[in-house]
Design a protein around this ligand. Structure first.
Ligand SMILES: [Zn+2]
Length: 282
């Protein structure tokens, strides 16, 4: 949901770093012999990601040649070569450190704690250490996504290295007043430049990662945090002063990130007359 700069290491560099400390000679020879195929798999993946057609990649074309599925190629290459240490671990650490403020790019809220394989390593072992297939993510997003595989373009989650959707506003919220309380309901409001597939992908992403609930919980907590301050502003300057305060908050957040839930919270509250007139909830 939030774009990340692309990693500087390519599929082959990363693979070679990860297998470089394999001691057992037969295994090392077979893994090395597969480097061309792994590089080609990385290129096919890169093209598919750029075209939004990763759902069409066939697992049988992304195996590591010479290595049977029962031989645990992923354990040798990813677990031993990248997670546990050695030259591959440096690439792992670099990927983990790339999101600003350690924020998960899939939800924009959680803290990065692991790498998610965009295409599952169980089905696509040739991509198991391809940096473009490794998304730094929070544990909730990684767990939620699991090994789910899209079968249609609309089902592909947004890809932080390929889908730059943060240049335009798309996150919106409704203000709901109910029994003296106030809460926000977030939704995807697609800009005119999006086609139907991108709109469906964003909505599926929102649903898959439970962002409606996550942002609502955060926003509703945040309203509680600012309520006292707004009461004071209302007493001193009336509804217009409250609106101005909220708009200032919106400008500050949204200029930093056009789809920040805090910025959208401020903007939605500023546009709600009842809220500005004092219906701050309890
Ligand atoms: Zn997350």
């Amino acid at each position: 949901m939030w774009p990340l700069g692309r990693p500087r290491h390519g599929a082959r560099d990363s693979y070679e770093a990860c297998i470089s400390r394999t001691r057992e000679i037969t295994r090392r020879t077979r893994l090395r012999a597969a480097a061309d195929a792994v590089e080609a798999a990385g290129e096919a993946y890169r093209l598919g990601a750029a075209a939004g057609s990763l759902h069409a990649l066939r697992p049988e074309e992304f195996q590591i040649p010479g290595i049977g599925q029962d031989e645990k190629a992923v354990t040798w290459v990813y677990e031993n070569g990248m997670v546990k240490g050695g030259p591959g671990r440096a690439i792992y650490d670099e990927l983990m450190a790339s999101p600003k403020h350690g924020q998960c790019p899939l939800c924009g809220h959680g803290i990065v704690s692991q790498l998610d394989h965009f295409m599952p390593k169980s089905s696509y072992p040739a991509l198991c250490v391809d940096p473009l297939n490794l998304i730094p993510a929070c544990s909730d997003c990684n767990k939620t996504k699991g090994d789910t595989k899209a079968t249609r373009a609309e089902e592909l989650p947004l890809h932080p290295y390929f889908d730059d959707i943060d240049s335009e506003p798309w996150l919106a919220a409704r203000v709901i007043h109910e029994d003296g309380s106030v809460r926000l309901e977030f939704y995807v409001s697609p800009p005119d430049s999006w086609d139907q597939v991108l709109t469906d992908r964003a909505r599926n992403h929102f649903r898959l990662f439970n962002l409606r609930k996550t942002y609502a919980l955060q926003a509703n907590w945040y309203i509680g945090e600012i309520r006292g301050r707004l009461r004071g502003i209302l007493t001193r300057g009336g509804a217009d002063a409250v609106r101005a305060e909220l708009l200032e908050g919106a400008d500050s957040s949204l200029s930093e990130r056009p789809n920040s839930w805090i910025g959208v919270t401020y903007r939605s509250l500023a546009e709600d007359s009842a809220f500005c007139e004092g219906a701050f909830g309890a």
